[in-house]
Design a protein around this ligand. Structure first.
Ligand code: A2P
Length: 336
């Protein structure tokens, strides 16, 4: 079996570390593994399959001989280094927002648009975490009856802001318990004991960039320029699972039983829906899981042809590392 030389850019970060775990867990056929991060990590090492691998400082020469690079070091690092990686013949799977709206760059959720991978010209984008989790759950419904509109409120975990986001929640929680003064740096306000209706920067129409990503990326992944998405994205004091309350309006009427059946048979999704026994998805259940979870499925009582439901998924996994490795798995099927 052919093996592939893989680089992980941002290997020391919250997503990068999960990428290593997922590559190992899914037995990705790796030849050489190169771990790249900033100068801050110079001299450190990480363990992969019980082997200690040094972390190297990312440079424009890092990609010689690398077949596939998984980038998760933020959009500015992606913009600066991905062109050099592509010039070296590396195919990049980019977890940042840098290239997601570029018409020449496929944006892929393997359960939805796997064929788009073959259209790449050196870069494939991994979608925004909330969009990836939401669409993984909604796709089977979409296939049954096109979804015309989605109204979604997200409850997004601090891991979306990387390891520093997780650290800030833990530090602030410690300060609150200990009665100490807390400091705020990663989020616009204190996140412990709070919810913040503000993720990424505000745009001219009153929505944030994070909210606009849910509209634009949904359209690109589904190849449906007409679908409407109105999102309110909210940061909550939860470690790594994103949750969302979703109302969707379908073209055809669809029963709750049919939605349950579709979700039960969907790839990468678990139905977790028995309110009579207090069973519905929650972050404490979904943390560390590859699958996304759906529950609280009901006919919306305010709108026609509408279903409301509750979705949870691990932001670091299906929202980032798992989806990226699944794209790499599709890529090597083509490269063989
Ligand atoms: P480092 O740990 O050396 O700072 P997170 O999203 O959890 O904050 O992780 C961000 C990841 O991106 C880390 O691995 C971080 O490395 C890496 N990173 C950040 N800035 C750079 C940069 N300029 N060059 C290379 N890697 C970077």
């Amino acid at each position: 079996m052919r093996k592939f030389n893989v680089a992980v850019v941002g290997a020391t970060g919250a997503v990068g570390l999960r990428m290593l775990e997922v590559l190992d867990d899914r037995k990705f056929p790796i030849g050489e593994l190169k771990l790249l991060a900033s100068e801050r990590s110079s001299g450190s090492s990480l363990t992969f399959k019980s082997e200690k691998i040094p972390v190297e400082v990312l440079s424009k020469n890092s990609f010689k001989g690398i077949d596939i690079a998984l980038f998760s070091a933020g959009a500015s690092v992606s913009r600066e280094y991905i062109p050099s990686a592509v010039k070296s013949g590396t195919v990049v799977i980019d977890n940042s927002s840098a290239y997601r709206n570029d018409p020449e760059v496929p944006l892929v959720i393997p359960e939805i648009n796997p064929d788009d991978v073959s259209l790449h010209r050196g870069i494939i984008s991994n979608p925004n975490c909330t969009t990836a989790i939401m669409l993984t759950v909604l796709y089977s419904i979409y296939k049954f009856s096109r979804i015309k509109k989605i109204i979604v409120s997200s409850y997004q975990s601090v891991s979306g802001a990387g390891q520093k986001g997780i650290n800030e929640l833990e530090e602030q929680t410690g300060c609150l318990i200990g009665g100490k003064k807390l400091s705020v740096s990663k989020f616009p306000h204190q996140i412990a004991n709070n919810v913040i209706p503000h993720i990424d920067v505000f745009t001219d129409n009153g929505y944030t960039k994070e909210e606009m990503k849910m509209l634009l990326e949904t359209r690109k992944i589904l190849h449906d320029e007409k679908i409407a998405v109105s999102a309110t994205c909210v940061r909550v004091p939860v470690k790594s699972v994103h949750s969302m309350a979703v109302t969707l309006i379908t073209e055809k009427s669809i029963s709750v039983e049919k939605v349950r059946e579709l979700i039960t048979n969907a790839q990468g999704v678990q139905l977790f829906d028995d309110p009579s026994r207090n069973i519905y998805p929650m972050p404490v259940i979904c943390e560390g899981e590859y699958d996304c979870f759906a529950g609280r499925i009901r006919k919306d009582i305010a709108l026609r042809n509408a279903i409301s439901l509750w979705i949870c998924g691990d932001q670091l996994l299906k929202g980032a590392a798992l989806n990226a490795v699944q794209i790499a798995e599709l890529l090597i099927k083509i490269k063989k």
